[in-house]
Design a protein around this ligand. Structure first.
Ligand code: ZN
Length: 237
């Protein structure tokens, strides 16, 4: 059995967290599960490619944009025909910076952080250091530390010697990650394997090139980064 945290919300197959390629969505984000009969909010992981191909991507993106680009706000969510009001904590990326063919870039209301929201749904967070890297180099590598992740079955002790393609074959999802292997130069690191039958945990990290849209990278190539603290100094705050 897969748990909700490693079965893709859209295809149901295993989600191995890879930065820029997958997202783990927490329930406290309160993204509405408008197409799921018994759930008010989405919780779990998904492959970005599955969201992009989903008939629900427009509903998903519309709600994600509200959550990402507003402060706290009221929403209504329907479960079993009952409409309930909720106060949703918005992430407050309120300042539009760029809009292009593949999506839109927003800056946080008071920190040096950005989010790029693709037209087809997935989003990418960028720190000030990451924006500077993209401005200078046009390429950004990122890694993710997820902590131990639960595997669907026992891989055996040899999992410590496996490459990323071997792990993906074991998880039966290599097709969903083939582009990561071919284009994003992934660096996979094994940390630890713990067998606690019937639970099996893998601790690992993957660093790879971020699959950011060409138009965003071109925009950031000419972007002049200004720290928020400079704005505050000028405002006399
Ligand atoms: Zn999927």
């Amino acid at each position: 059995m897969l748990t909700a945290f490693n079965a893709c919300l859209f295809c149901g197959r295993y989600v191995l967290q890879v930065p820029g390629w997958t997202t783990l969505l927490k329930s406290y984000r309160m993204l509405r599960a408008s197409w799921v009969p018994d759930e008010a909010f989405l919780e779990g992981a998904f492959h970005h490619s599955c969201l992009r191909a989903s008939p629900h991507r427009h509903a998903f993106r519309e709600d994600a944009l509200l959550m990402l680009t507003q402060g706290d706000h009221d929403i209504e969510a329907e479960v079993d025909g009952k409409v309930l009001r909720h106060r949703r904590p918005g992430m407050a990326f309120t300042e539009p910076v760029y809009s292009g063919p593949s999506g839109a870039l927003f800056r946080h209301v008071n920190t040096d952080d950005w989010v790029f929201v693709e037209k087809s749904g997935p989003w990418h967070f960028l720190s000030a250091a990451e924006v500077r890297t993209l401005t200078a180099d046009g390429v950004l590598r990122k890694s993710v530390e997820t902590g131990p992740t639960r595997l669907p079955r026992d891989p055996g002790e040899s999992v410590g010697d496996w490459s990323l393609p071997t792990l993906l074959d074991f998880l039966e999802v290599r097709d969903l990650y083939q582009e990561v292997l071919d284009r994003l130069d992934p660096e996979y690191t094994f940390y630890e394997y713990s067998a606690l039958p019937p639970k099996f945990f893998l601790d690992y990290s993957v660093e790879c090139v971020q699959p950011l849209p060409v138009d965003l990278v071109e925009f950031l190539g000419g972007y002049t980064y200004r720290s928020r603290s400079l704005d505050w100094e000028e405002d006399g705050v």
